[in-house]
Design a protein around this ligand. Structure first.
Ligand SMILES: N[C@@H](CCC(=O)N[C@@H](CS)C(=O)NCC(=O)O)C(=O)O
Length: 79
């Protein structure tokens, strides 16, 4: 399963989420900073329909809302 997290550093929701990922020890979430990479910003809008972060692409399918993302990651631990 491919997991791609779209974020930017100043976003408090992103920071909370990335801390949770780090604490969990999982290493399967690829990070994409939309303030550092214009292609990533465009892809987020193209796939998700809006620029809001954090957004987790789960095999290319967007999930917004940090609380929902944290809950999904907890339900789907790294294999
Ligand atoms: N309820 C959302 C809030 C996310 C949010 O407000 N993200 C801000 C950045 S901190 C955002 O992407 N705003 C739109 C923008 O910057 O264009 C969550 O918990 O994920």
């Amino acid at each position: 399963m491919k997991l791609e997290l779209y974020k930017f550093d100043a976003c408090p929701y992103c920071r909370r989420l990335i801390s949770a990922i780090s604490r969990s020890g999982r290493t399967d979430v690829e990070l994409h900073d939309i303030h550092e990479n214009e292609a990533d910003r465009r892809r987020l809008i193209a796939v998700g329909g809006k620029q809001q972060v954090p957004c987790l692409l789960i095999d290319g399918k967007p999930m917004y809302e940090s609380g929902d993302i944290i809950a999904w990651l907890e339900r789907n631990p790294q294999k």
